[in-house]
Design a protein around this ligand. Structure first.
Ligand code: ZN
Length: 274
């Protein structure tokens, strides 16, 4: 499909632009949707509701609010605080009109990944009814294992599917990001499982450059690295997903360039996927 009707861009991808400027530029470029990061709203000076209306007023849909999670902690009181914080994030998502909050689930040095995953399951279970009442879904985003030290103990689709099974709520599903999951030999089958269970909620694209200079902020444009982005997209589509394809790129290199030129590159790389 070589059109832009499924193209969504994360506000952080074009970080130098504020949320209003990004909405205007995306609209002019024919981009269908924006996934909005909390900090972008905070720095806009607008309320969440006003920001959502502003973006939609440009003809750009709000796909997702980023991000909740970080449910793990050594102390119970900190875990309760995280649950309260996630409920607040859900309320912000509802105010901006986002149907989904992506979860970076958390990991805490000093406790095992098994313990962290148990805490994540408990934290999500304690938040999901609040999300459902607000009309917001939660998407567990498995992160690459290189982030298992302190960002997320959920590192594979299999682990994410297991948590979804355990919590067992239709408002809980999974966000598949090619950057985090491309290495997984079970990726296709676990995507199929998630699709069959109606929990493939969103899909993030970018590329893993051969020998990135920075493990966080040197992601590539689709086609620039080693991931078969079109192939994984086909697996996701085969599993029934027909939502937005969200370009999420953290890159010191791209943030430093002219953002209009960068946006043109994003479109070109997206359309080259076929
Ligand atoms: Zn992502």
């Amino acid at each position: 499909m070589s059109d832009l009707s499924k193209l969504c861009i994360h506000s952080i991808t074009t970080k130098p632009w504020g949320v209003e400027e990004a909405a205007r530029k995306y609209a002019a470029a024919g981009v269908a949707a924006m996934s909005v990061w909390q900090d972008a709203v905070a720095s806009s000076g607008m309320s969440h509701q006003a920001a959502g209306n502003r973006i939609r007023g440009e003809g750009v849909d709000v796909a997702c609010y980023v991000r909740g999670g970080f449910f793990t902690a050594l102390e119970g009181i900190a875990r309760q605080k995280a649950i309260d914080e996630n409920k607040r994030i859900v309320d912000e998502a509802a105010a901006i009109g986002a149907p989904l909050v992506v979860l970076v689930c958390g990991a805490t040095p000093g406790q095992s990944l098994f313990e962290s995953r148990k805490q994540i399951t408990d934290g999500i279970a304690a938040t999901i009814d609040h999300a459902a009442a607000a009309g917001v879904k939660l998407g567990i985003e498995p992160l690459h294992p290189m982030y298992a030290d302190s960002r997320s103990a959920v590192n594979s689709m299999n682990q994410a599917n297991a948590i979804c099974d355990e919590v067992g709520h239709s408002n809980l599903g999974i966000t598949v990001d090619v950057f985090h999951t491309w290495w997984d030999e079970r990726l296709e089958s676990e995507i199929a499982v998630a699709g069959a269970k109606g929990r493939l909620f969103s899909f993030h694209i970018c590329d893993w450059k051969n020998l990135p200079e920075d493990m966080l902020n040197d992601r590539g444009l689709m086609g620039e690295g080693v991931i078969d982005v079109a192939g994984i997209r086909q697996w996701v589509r085969n599993a029934g997903f027909d939502g937005y394809e969200e370009v999420e790129i953290f890159s010191n290199i791209y943030w430093a360039m002219d953002q209009d030129e960068y946006l043109a590159k994003i479109k070109e790389a997206y359309l080259a996927l076929g």
